[in-house]
Every structure is written in structure tokens, then in C-alpha cells.
Design a protein around this ligand. Sequence first.
Ligand SMILES: NC(=O)C1=CN([C@@H]2O[C@H](COP(=O)(O)OP(=O)(O)OC[C@H]3O[C@@H](n4cnc5c(N)ncnc54)[C@H](OP(=O)(O)O)[C@@H]3O)[C@@H](O)[C@H]2O)C=CC1
Ligand SMILES: CC(C)CCC[C@@H](C)[C@H]1CC[C@H]2C3=CC=C4C[C@@H](O)CC[C@]4(C)[C@H]3CC[C@]12C
Length: 315
Amino acid sequence: MSPTVVYDRFGELLAFMNVFALLFVFFLCLKGIYFPSSTDSGKTGGGFIFDYYWGTELYPRVLGFDVKVFTNCRFGMTIWPLLVCIYALKSYELHGFVDSMFVTTVLQLAYITKFFSWEAGYMQTIDIIVDRAGYYICWGCLCWLPALYPIVSQYLVSHPVRLGMSLTSIILAVGLASILANYLADLQRQQVRSADGQCLVWGRKPDIIRAKYKIEGGSEKESILLASGWWGLSRHFHYVPEILLSFFWTVTTGFENLLPYTYVLVLVILLVHRSFRDENKCSRKYGRYWQDYCDRVPPYLTAVRAFTAVHVAQT
Ligand SMILES: NC(=O)C1=CN([C@@H]2O[C@H](COP(=O)(O)OP(=O)(O)OC[C@H]3O[C@@H](n4cnc5c(N)ncnc54)[C@H](OP(=O)(O)O)[C@@H]3O)[C@@H](O)[C@H]2O)C=CC1
Ligand SMILES: CC(C)CCC[C@@H](C)[C@H]1CC[C@H]2C3=CC=C4C[C@@H](O)CC[C@]4(C)[C@H]3CC[C@]12C
């Protein structure tokens, strides 16, 4: 049997995953209340619907597996590249070599490879340390991610687009450059923190804030907030190349249909919402140190506005 049967019967597979995920989230909801694996567990206080949506446990374990690492990394981030390859194979069976499919496949696989090379960093993000294992994260990674994230590849199977050599090269180059910028920004923060600020950022001594915060139990800890390099351009600057890279792998579909742009549009909403959530989290965690960082570095919408204003003034 060819793996492209997954493309042919994707609707049925997704329906099955939905039933499984909805039941699994229900199981997790009860488990967090009655048999928690960790201390951050129990009802949210918002009623059953909200418990189900948000989850009742931060780090549930089932049969020795960490549920969120499994749903987010081992399932979601693994099924995505598999689907991208299956859709590319289906397209090859139907139309032979199609350059738009080639570009989107290379860009998505490069992006996913980037994710796995930085996976340890993902363990420190709000998905893992703030969001409980409920409908939002678990159903999201089991159903929403496989349906939405590879949508461009799925669309190109039935709507092949011929880009030509020049467009193929340009989109590949700017797409890979955006992936690199996003990767370097994530890496820069990790390196500065692990070197305790004793390293160079863009050839200079980094501009850092030694931010103190209290952990449960009241003892004090210290962390580094980087205010130069990528992290000095704007707060959450790495979201800009994140949006651009997804736009580049989508623009391969042309402008005839809005459907393949769903992922980019949803991503913009998700990242804007996420930057507010993260700022809230950092402000509560670091207090006046975070305020100091905000005084030095503008939010990215301000940075984008300032960037556009300079360009408009120049032209
Ligand atoms: N495709 C998709 O669906 C999505 C992709 N992403 C991508 O995933 C990656 C991770 O993003 P995300 O999960 O949002 O988390 P971030 O990488 O933005 O990390 C946020 C955390 O970084 C720390 N931090 C914030 N500012 C600074 C600073 N100036 N210096 C040092 N540390 C700082 C804080 O954590 P601490 O408590 O450690 O200080 C903060 O909570 C990015 O590449 C992003 O583009 C993100 C969301 C969705
Ligand atoms: C239920 C839905 C409305 C929302 C579902 C949300 C989740 C599926 C997604 C929320 C945040 C997403 C991610 C965050 C960071 C990531 C790092 C990046 O390098 C790869 C993608 C991802 C793991 C991404 C995956 C989907 C979310 C968990």
C-alpha cells in the first residue's frame, strides 16, 4: 500500500483523531483531578468546560510518558513532516516534479529540522511551563496541527503551480534566510544565558539585565534578559521572521485562493495573542526588571511601525 493513502483518506483519519483526542482530553481532565502526577494539578475553578479546555494538570504522565512532550513534539511535530513528505509524494505521482511543491517542502522541512535542533529551548516556553494539558494544547497538537500546519502542501497536490526558475530561487532564498533569522534569535538568547553573559553578541559585549525573581517557597533566583542583538531590535522580534517564513512557503500557491493562507493568518493571531500572554508572564515574574527591559526595547509592532516610517520617509 502506498503511503499516499493518507492523502486520499485524510478526512477519515482526522475524524478518528478527533474522536480519540476529545476522549483523551476528557481522560486527562479526570486524571488531573483524581490521580495527578505532579503538584500543579486540580480544578481551575472555572467550571467543567474551562477545566476541559485548559486542563487540570501541568505535567501529566501516562504509562511513563510525559503527555505534553508526546503530543507536542513526538506526535504533532513528527506527523507534520510526515504529511509534508506524503503530500509531496502524492503530487509527484500525479504531476511529476512541481517546483512550488519542491519549495514549500524544503522550507517546511528546514523549519521542522530547526525546531528539533532547538527542542531543549522549547521546553522553557509557555506551552510547556504555563499551559496545562487540556483541549487547547493536546487537541491542538493531535488534530489542529496536522490539519492546519501542512495545509499548503495538501493544497498544492490538487492545485499545482509552476513558478519557474527565478521565483523558485528567490522564494527559497528568502524563506531559508527567514528560518535562519528565527533560529539565530532563539539560539542567541540560549547562548547568552548559558555563558552567563560572558560572550559576544553581534561582535559586542551583550547588553543584559540580571533580573531577579522569586520561586515557590520564596527563595530568590536570577536570570538574564538580553537587550541587544535580535532581542534588542524589539520584544519578540523572532516572531517577525516566523511569520515571514510561513508566508514564503505559502506564497508558492499564488494568490488565487485564500485557503492555503489560513495557516499564516492564524499564526499572526496566535503570535500577537502569545506576545501579550508572554509579556504578562514576564511582568509578573520579573516585575521592575521587566519594566527596565520594556523601557529599553520597544514592542515589535512599534518596531515594525518605526521601520515602515523610516522607509516611507526615505521614498
Ligand atoms: N509556528 C507556530 O505555531 C509557533 C512558533 N513559535 C516559535 O517558537 C519559538 C519559541 O517562541 P515562544 O514559545 O513564543 O517563546 P519565546 O522564545 O518568545 O520565549 C519567551 C520567553 O523567553 C524569555 N525571554 C523573553 N524576553 C527575553 C529576553 N529579552 N532575553 C532573554 N529571555 C527572554 C522569557 O522566559 P524566561 O521565563 O525564561 O525569562 C519568556 O517567557 C520561536 O521561534 C517562535 O517563533 C511560537 C509560537 C507558535
Ligand atoms: C486549539 C487551537 C485553537 C490552538 C492550538 C494551539 C497549539 C496547537 C499551538 C499553540 C502554540 C503552537 C506552537 C508553539 C511553538 C512551536 C515551536 C515551533 O518552532 C514549532 C511549532 C510549535 C511547536 C507550535 C506547535 C503548535 C502549538 C503548540
